[in-house]
Design a protein around this ligand. Structure first.
Ligand SMILES: [Mn+2]
Length: 356
């Protein structure tokens, strides 16, 4: 997918790849000192850090810069990033776009979400596949692993030494979007990463990276640790009502970190459904197959060999389980996973595939 540095012929002319300085200058040309600028993002680490970089680039060049997120940030690591790096964010619902003159969309393109305000964007900077939306300034480089790498190039072209917080954000963004360089990345991502490493606070980056939990999850952890059932290397947990089914995923992953645990099955009730999350080490039966055979009739159920998930409607389960008795629910669940072998047949595709 790498673009050629020189695209030899474009309408008969030789086009030379744009340099970072040219990009920076063309970007700067879009803005005037009296502009109030709104940056909109679908907040994730790459979008947050890239928006911080845009804000830094435009600092003292425009009248004001606001960063607005269209999504609600719930992932604990993202929350930690915003807090530890002091990122001022304003949710889009609180923004009056009439107050702004110029709009920038970063790490996304306008068509990616209907939550993006339908406005004319002054600048689009992104690394997702190019949707060719015209804007006075557009820089879309799909071969890049992270928008943060592109923004690092802008900062370097502008001869701006990033603050430790900005560098940490960009550093963490590249780590996340390239999954520590295990996913798509180009040598430019690597170069940006090397540069940022010199300026980032590695301890801060590690703290952000480590954050998986919110304090209110502790009650669910307490219940899981007190009441888990271990049977033949399989851990079973029933949490009862949970605020967010993500806790089942976190706990299922958590229990897989114990030696002698080859399967973990964590369940809880949310939005009228019994959510069951399964993890295993690849030994024994295929989790996706098992869960689709056993729970497919109650709702969506499926996944892979070692990651699966079912969301069973409580109405359909009611005749089979006594929901007033937690012990009985757990027993019923355990039985489903104890049957000697899968009854064969292809797993039914029922919407859920990743199990997470
Ligand atoms: Mn990205």
């Amino acid at each position: 997918m790498e673009r050629p540095f020189f695209s030899c012929k474009s309408k008969g002319r030789l086009t030379v790849a744009t340099t970072n300085t040219e990009r920076l200058n063309r970007f700067y040309e879009q803005f005037a000192g009296s502009d109030n600028v709104l940056i909109v993002i679908n907040a994730d680490p790459d979008a947050i850090a890239s928006a911080m970089a845009v804000k830094r680039l435009l600092w003292r060049r425009v009248a004001s810069i606001t960063i607005s997120n269209i999504n609600v940030i719930t992932r604990p690591d993202n929350m930690a990033m915003v807090r530890l790096l002091n990122v001022p964010l304003m949710h889009i619902s609180k923004v009056d776009t009439g107050q702004y003159k110029k709009f920038i969309i970063i790490d996304s393109q306008p068509g990616h979400s209907e939550l993006f305000p339908a406005i004319d964007y002054t600048a689009i900077i992104d690394h997702h596949p190019d949707e060719h939306i015209s804007a006075p300034y557009s820089d879309v480089r799909p071969e890049y692993g992270a928008t943060a790498s592109m923004m690092t190039e802008y900062l370097r072209a502008a001869k701006i030494k990033p603050s430790a917080k900005l560098a940490t954000g960009l550093f963490y963004a590249i780590k996340t979007d390239t999954a520590d360089f295990e996913r798509k990345a180009v040598s430019e991502d690597m170069r940006a990463f090397q540069f940022l490493f010199k300026h980032a606070n590695i301890h801060l980056a590690r703290k952000i990276e480590q954050v998986d939990f919110r304090l209110d999850f502790l009650n669910d952890f307490k219940k899981a640790i007190n009441e888990y059932v271990l049977k033949k290397n399989k851990i079973f947990v029933y949490l009862g009502p949970v605020k967010n089914p993500d806790i089942c995923v976190l706990l299922a992953d958590f229990f897989m970190r114990f030696n002698l645990v080859s399967w973990s099955v964590v369940s809880g009730i949310c939005d009228g459904k019994l959510v069951i999350v399964v993890r295993n080490d690849g030994s024994g039966r295929n989790a996706g197959l098992l869960i689709s055979n056993e729970f497919g009739k109650f709702g969506s159920a499926g996944g892979h060999r070692s990651m699966a998930r079912a969301e069973s409607s409580l109405d359909l389960l009611q005749p089979h389980i006594d929901f007033k008795n937690e012990g009985k629910i757990l027993k019923w669940l355990i039985k489903k996973f104890e049957k000697p072998s899968a009854r064969g047949g292809k797993p039914k595709k029922t919407g859920i595939t990743s199990g997470s």
